[in-house]
Each structure stands twice: as C-alpha cells, then as structure tokens.
Design a binder for this molecule. Structure first.
Ligand code: M6R
Length: 579
C-alpha cells in the first residue's frame, strides 16, 4: 500500500501473505495520514510470493508507486534497456518496469501524467494499472486486457479491478474499456485514450446490494453461498418463464432473435467450473434443442484455429465476466465475425459488454473463490436457453416444455429440502477428511458433475481428486482402486442407472470405499456402502443441479475439518484476469 500524505510525502508499506499481515504492519506506522492511496493483493505470475515481489512497486527515486494486475509480456526487454541506463530493480516481477519507465520519462522532462501515457505506449501485454506520484494530488489508472472500474462516490473516487471491492462505498461506477486512461486530480476526473483523446463515459448504477456480499452469519462465504442456492435459482428463473407457450423468455437475446434462428451449431467456451457447466449445457442443448454443441476450454480455443461458419454461435460462460482466457476466446470468435453470446453473472463486466447478446445469471455477488451458486445458476440458465431454442425451432413440444418448466419452478423448493441433509454430509465428510486421493464418478449428465465435484474438493481441501466418467474406469483408472482409494459415485435413478450400478459392482469387488449419491427412495446402494446421500427425484435435465450440492457441502466440510479456510484457497484468485 502507498499513501500520499497530507504533507505531499509518500509512505509505502508491504507485507507477504494475508492482508491481516499488512494491517498489523500499518498499525505500527502512526504517521500514515492521507486520502490518496493505492494497494494491491498480488497473484504471483512472476517471482515468488515475497515482500520484495509484492505491490506497490516503486522507481529508483521512490517517488513513483504503482500497482498492476495483468502481465507485461515485454518486461524482460524493457528491464534490460532500463538496467543499461542505470536503473536498479528490487523485485523479480514484470510490474516493476512500469515504475522505472515512468521515472525514465520524468527524467527526460515530461510531467508525471505525460510520462504515464508515454510508458503505456511501450507496454505489451495486459494491465489494470494505477499509479501515484509523491507531491502530486493525483491518481492515474489505465486498462488494457485486465479490468478496471471507477467508483464515483460522495466526495471521493475509487478505482478497482472488480466492483465487489467498491460496492460498499458506492453503486455508481464507470467501466473503463481497453486503451483508456483515467486521471483523478483533486476533485476532478478525466478519461482519455492512451493517445490523449478526451472521452466521455457514462456512469452506471450497479444493483448489487452490499449486504449481498456479507456472510449472513455463516462462518464462510462458501457455506453462505451454498445455502442461498434456492434463492439463486429463483432469481435466475424469475420473469423468464412463459407458462402459456411452455417456453423461456430471455430478454437479453431479443436483439439477436433472427440471427439465432439461423444457428446450426454452438461452441461453448469457459474455464474451470464454467467449462463444466458448459459440458452440461452440451447435453441439454443437444437433447432439448437438437442443435450440435461443442465445449472448448477457453484457454485452448484460439490456439486451435477454430473452424467457425457464419451459422455457428460462440457462447461464453463466466461468473466474473473478466476471465482473460474466456474473453480472448470471445475476441477470437468476433474476429471470425460469428455471433457471440454470454452467460455472465457480473453485470457490466467485459465479457457481458463485448458479446453480441447474452443472459445474466442474477446469482448476485459470489465471494468464495470456489464457484458454487454461480455454477448452479449457469446450469439453470443453460436449461432456459435450451428450452427457448428448442421451443423456437420446434424440437421440444409444448408438453415437454411445460414439464420442464414445472421442474424448474419446483427446483428452489427441492434444493431447500436437500440442504436439510447438510449435517449428515458433514458427518460423511468427517470420515473421509484424511484421505489422500479420491475419484468422482458419473455418467451422462452426472459426468460433468463428477468433474466439478473433484475440482471443488481439490480447490478447498488440497486433496488429490480426479473426475471420471464411470464408463472410463475399466479403460485404465480402475487399476488404482483398492481399499485405500475411495470413490464418490453419482448414481441417480436416471436413464443410465443400470450401467452405473454395474460400475459400482466393479468398484465394490475391488474393495473401494464409496460414497454414493442417488435419488431418494432408492435402497439398491445400501449393500455397497453406509454412506448414501439422497437427492430429490426430479427431471433428469435438472439432476445436475441437485447432484452438485452435496459435493459442494462435502468439499466445504472436508476443508473445515482440515482446518483450512475454504474461502481463500492457496494459489487461487476469484477472478483470473491473466492468460
Ligand atoms: O469467472 P469465471 O466463471 O470465468 O471463472 C472461471 C474459473 O476460473 C472458475 O470457475 C474456477 O474454476 C473456480 N474457482 C471453480 O470453483
């Protein structure tokens, strides 16, 4: 953190590890007093997590202080040039070159603001960047590829990379676009391009309630967000059902209605949980709308030279709407001139703004790093999308539409009932909290849920877990199974139930300790394990929603049992804005 003091001086305090370490250090500096400041929690891209590598970074004179999110791709070239002209570096980060570049231009006689602009024109890569200069009452920020938003408060401005950081202070924000620079000078704000052309930007009011981002009395955001899933689903479907026509109403797609009718293939892109939601979307859209779907990891998409015809739509799924890989996939699709769509939770985020049309999740802010309610809302929105397209193209009858709508509207109540088994799941988690390895297995709709369950456990408990389709076990992985290698098997009474049951027999024959998730009323599994978790017996299309919730709770309780903080898994960030 760097603060410009009321006397014009600048104080910088940095610490390694959790924010609380920084707080402790700041308390030792009674002389910190000022109302202009910058700070950053760093996600290590270059260099170890250490105090020297933490932000803010300064120039040689100590007058310039910067914080940077993103990656400066040409930092090594810039660093060599700067070293050859006498600059000394304090860190291994790519970011530090920015402070020295600004200093370099100031030494040539340019003002701080001019030097900042000149520096930007030499940077290659991505940045959400903010700088201050000792003795000047200014903050200057710029955006290229990494998000930056300006909060307009009462007698104050705030700059952040995510609105959740500032929503407590103001709901009025200005979203910066790539290539834009914001200067806050005393009480004035000005926005320009890197080439110094003035830009007028409008202020947007965000509707998220600050209270929505609090823990609601729960020990962790992850648990709070798991428990609020009945309301999440309710919010995702609210106002989006046409009971008369047996279809979904998706206002965000209105502008592209005609184009959508032409579409004969959909490519879904996303990362992590969003990618797994996409895999469920593949089954849903293909079955309900009869349109072929492919799901691609966004980080691979543009490197495959994707073949996209004018009748293909590329659909990005992202909670944050800022994931760099997903954003770049959408930009690649736009370069190919195809229709781009988004299923995004964060209103006004970059992906929401850059796609041609889309549907918001309305899940509210998700704070826990592990995606829970956002994932569930993504599946629900995908179901609405499949229903809308299927009803439009006639692949899904009105009767089928109404049946699905009934299941959708009953989903909040069903989730509420399921959440009552949380203490039972906690007990099961206790028994399994000291395992080192684990398989998550499922078929058809349950396969992506197995991948998602394994990701959840990995993220918050650091236990090695692998998600597999149950049918693949016999092609290799079953070699690992013995009495010390447990499996969590998703086995609802769905269209592939008997197949999954045979796979359970195979695991049982190899003494695999199992947790089975099945639909209520099914007693077939009692002979294999005492650990059977029951989920409601609902439409197969929506089973993924109710099957994922016990796995979220399982991961959460294992994490707590191990004494970890599930909200802040090591090495992870909520929004991954670097490629
Ligand atoms: O914000 P996004 O949905 O684009 O994020 C994608 C992934 O980074 C995210 O789902 C990640 O895998 C979660 N931590 C999973 O719990």
């Amino acid at each position: 953190m760097s603060i410009i003091g009321v006397d014009g001086g600048m104080k910088t305090v940095r610490a390694e590890g959790r924010i609380v370490n920084l707080e402790k250090k700041i308390k030792q500096h009674s002389d910190i007093d000022g109302c202009i400041g910058i700070a950053h929690t760093r996600w290590a891209t270059h260099g170890m997590p250490s105090e020297n590598n933490s932000h803010p970074h300064r120039d040689c004179s100590g007058k310039i202080s910067i914080v940077h999110n993103g990656i400066i791709e040409n930092h090594e070239d810039l660093r060599s040039v700067l070293i050859s002209t006498g600059h000394g570096f304090d860190s291994d980060t790519d970011s530090e070159v920015i402070a020295h570049m600004i200093e370099n231009f100031i030494d040539q006689g340019y003002s701080f603001v001019e030097s900042f602009h000149k520096t930007l024109s030499h940077l290659r890569g991505t940045y959400g960047l903010v700088a201050v200069f000792k003795g000047e009452n200014k903050i200057i920020g710029a955006r290229m590829g990494s998000p930056l938003v300006v909060g307009v408060g009462v007698n104050e401005y705030l700059i952040a990379s995510d609105i959740t950081a500032i929503v407590k202070h103001t709901k009025d924000v200005i979203y910066l676009d790539d290539g834009e620079v914001v200067l806050i000078d005393g009480g004035d704000i000005a926005i320009e391009t890197i080439d110094r052309l003035k830009i007028k930007k409008s202020v947007t009011e965000i509707s998220w309630d600050y209270l929505g981002a609090q823990k609601n009395g729960q020990p962790h955001f992850m648990l709070k967000e798991i428990l609020e899933q009945p309301e999440t689903v309710q919010n995702s479907i609210r106002g989006r059902i046409d009971f008369h026509k047996g279809t979904a109403v998706l206002g965000g797609l209105k502008d592209v209605e005609c184009k959508l009718k032409e579409i004969d293939r959909i490519v879904i892109v996303g990362c992590g949980s969003a990618y797994y939601a996409g895999l469920i979307g593949e089954y849903l859209i293909e079955q309900i709308a009869g349109i072929p779907v492919e799901v691609e990891l966004a980080s691979e998409f543009r490197y495959r030279k994707p073949i996209l015809s004018q009748r293909t739509a590329v659909l990005a799924i992202s909670q944050s709407g800022e994931t760099a890989d997903t954003l770049e996939a959408i930009r690649e699709a736009k370069r190919k001139n195809v229709l781009t769509l988004g299923i995004v939770n964060t209103v006004g985020s970059t992906i929401a703004r850059e796609t041609d049309a889309g549907v918001y999740n309305h899940a509210g802010p998700e704070v826990g790093v592990a995606s829970t309610k956002a994932f569930v809302s993504q599946v629900v929105v995908l179901c609405l999308l499949a229903l809308y397209v299927g009803r439009e193209n006639g692949n899904f009858s009105k009767k089928e539409g109404l049946e699905l709508i009934k299941s959708l509207t009953e989903l909040p109540k069903n989730i509420k009932g399921l959440l009552k088994s949380k203490d039972y799941i906690k007990d099961v988690a206790k028994q399994f909290s000291d395992i080192n390895n684990c398989f998550f297995l499922g078929r058809k709709f349950m396969a992506p849920i197995a991948y998602e369950g394994s990701l959840k456990l990995k993220e918050v408990s650091y236990i090695h877990a692998e998600g597999y389709t149950t049918g693949e076990m016999k092609h290799g992985p079953i070699a690992l199974i013995d009495e010390g290698f447990p499996a969590i098997v998703l086995c609802p009474k769905d269209s592939v139930y008997t197949k999954t049951l045979s796979n359970i027999e195979e695991l049982n024959a190899r003494k695999c300790p199992m947790i089975c998730v099945t639909t209520s009323g099914n007693t077939d599994l009692d002979k294999f394990t005492n650990n059977v978790i029951y989920i409601p017996n609902i439409s197969e299309y929506l089973l993924p929603v109710v099957a994922t919730i016990p796995l979220q709770l399982f991961a959460y309780y294992v994490s707590c049992e191990k004494g970890l903080n599930p909200d802040m898994p090591r090495n992870l960030a909520k929004s991954v804005t670097v490629e």
